[in-house]
Design a protein around this ligand. Structure first.
Ligand code: BDR
Ligand code: CA
Length: 301
């Protein structure tokens, strides 16, 4: 059983990742922190609270702490064209759950210091909150079991530029701070996430059953395929980070030191120096097993 904090910017694939974590018997969710990215911070927080209320109920005791509305420099560009209106495509009813009083960075530090188990942070958006937490709490590096990051494009083209993946491109300064912190990081980039997807041809019941997660997961995917005529496969990007936290051996990783370019055309490019370091770069995935895990966790609950 892992005790986790999930940092997220829902985001359609973030929503599927949250469903997996909420349904997993192997994960105890200490809290969820929100960040701008796919959507504005306001939309990503609305979606997080709405998803939690829909999936875990109005009485959910999982805290949601609000984080950064901008990267360490400049502003987020957002990706409504990828994720749909509101950042989720599907509009959830206005949540009655309220955010926690602490900021995301305060919450991460507080729970890491107070938790009996070492926390795993699963970062599904730009790394701004994680960098802020590491900056404000020097002890955090030693208090964390692992930071699992969805981000980067190491030996494959990026998805926002030929060189860069979205989460890293949105805040390359934060990514550098996290990768250089010395905390144990597993980075799940496009090299492996683009090998796991849900196909248009397999719908409209990608997830089986009548559970809240299966029904909403199917609605979210149907909305994306309806909105984007050319889209044939929906990549399981953030879900694969949750899969890796539940079943680390689904990935093959290589230890490296990773730096990120922050300027110019190659902004957000992740450069690995293999042969040792605190960052485990995912270089291969058991794609069938990862997809099965995503399907079963969202279907059965
Ligand atoms: C990442 O960016 C967002 O579009 C997804 O939610 C995922 O976190 C993929 O590049
Ligand atoms: Ca995301």
């Amino acid at each position: 059983m892992r005790t986790v904090i999930i940092d997220t910017d829902p985001g359609t694939d973030d929503a599927l990742a949250l469903m997996m974590a909420l349904n997993s018997a192997d994960m105890l969710i200490e809290g969820i922190t929100t960040v701008g990215g796919n959507a504005t911070l306001s939309d990503s927080t609305y979606n997080t609270l709405g998803l939690l209320e829909h999936l875990d109920g109005k009485q959910s005791v999982i805290p949601v702490a609000v984080g950064a509305d901008r990267p360490l420099r400049g502003s987020f560009t957002n990706a409504y064209h990828v994720h749909g209106s509101g950042g989720l495509g599907v509009r959830l009813p206005a949540p009655t759950l309220e955010p926690h009083g602490m900021s995301a960075a305060e919450f991460i530090c507080d729970r890491a210091a107070g938790s009996a188990d070492r926390l795993t942070v699963i970062a599904l958006g730009p790394l701004t909150n994680i960098a802020a937490a590491l900056d404000s709490c020097p002890d955090l590096v030693d208090a964390l079991a692992e930071i699992v990051v969805m981000g980067g494009a190491f030996d494959v083209p990026g998805n926002v530029t030929p060189h860069a993946e979205f989460n890293i491109h949105e805040d390359p300064w934060a990514a550098n701070a996290v990768f250089a912190s010395g905390a144990p990081v597993t980075v799940v980039g496009l090299d492996v996430t683009h090998r796991t997807s849900m196909h248009r041809r397999d719908g409209p019941e990608w997830f089986e059953g009548a559970s809240n997660s299966a029904v909403l997961g199917n609605r979210i995917l149907a909305d994306r395929f309806r909105a984007c005529d050319d889209l044939q496969e929906f990549y399981l990007q953030d879900p694969q980070a949750v899969a890796a936290a539940i079943a680390p051996d689904v990935l093959t990783c290589r230890p490296a030191r990773v730096s990120v370019l922050t300027d110019g055309d190659e902004r957000g490019r992740t450069l690995p120096e293999y042969g040792g370091g605190s960052v485990n770069v995912a270089v291969d995935v058991d794609a069938d097993r990862a997809v099965r895990l995503v399907r079963s966790l969202i279907s059965n609950s």
